[in-house]
Design a protein. Sequence first.
Length: 246
Amino acid sequence: MNDIAISFQNVTKIYPLYHHITGGIKSLLFHPVKAVKSLKSSHFLALKDISFEVKKGEALGIMGKNGAGKSTILGLIAGVLKPTKGKIIVNGRISPLLELGAGFHPELTGRENIILKGVLIGLTRNEILKKMEDIIDFSELGDFIDQPVRIYSSGMLARLGFSIIANLNPEILLIDEILAVGDETFQKKCFNRMLSFKKNGITILFVSHSIENIRFICDRVIWLENQNIKAIDITETIVSKYIGNM
Ligand SMILES: Nc1ncnc2c1ncn2[C@@H]1O[C@H](COP(=O)(O)OP(=O)(O)OP(=O)(O)O)[C@@H](O)[C@H]1O
Ligand SMILES: [Mg+2]
């Protein structure tokens, strides 16, 4: 078990859909009791009984159409979502880069947000301050680092987010598509940094629609379809099946 970073055992995720009214407004007006009952019981199955393991130091890609459940898997690993059924085991500190701007406070400056995010990841203030200049240098945000992040562009948010997780001693990196909003030079820099993480035995989970980037980073890939794992295998095998399916 010691060489396993992440284990999903028969995990099911069902989201409640609070705003869904079967039959629409008319039904709410004419059959209010029935409509309210349906409102309560409505839910959405996002992942159905999935199991897989990620070894320490492995780079695992996750592919699949919009809505396939990729971000749900990362959210479950990060602990921001809870599984409806099944068990998830995580061995190591999680450094997540999930939604754009997640974990940032809009009114705080980039510099202040570095401390906030670092604390959320589980580091002490001193550990974060030691890495502050490395993070700012990597981000290339210049004077913007002392501006509130609410004025940042998407690319600037991605720069700040990646620079933080990449410089705060990550053990397990979760990266959800966010790098796609960075410009080409910055993306290249991030992918090279991810390759050096791989060499140092850091575990990476990488969600992307880019076959090229998946090929560059990942050892193995999960292909999600219909709430399930359609296939899991070494990158080249999955990518060629995926392309054939498009
Ligand atoms: N908070 C939520 N409440 C209800 N349903 C949700 C919620 N979050 C996600 N879903 C649903 O779960 C399914 C999986 O969503 P998820 O965000 O994991 O997909 P994804 O593979 O990351 O898609 P994308 O490529 O568009 O990012 C989708 O059908 C989505 O509508
Ligand atoms: Mg997603």
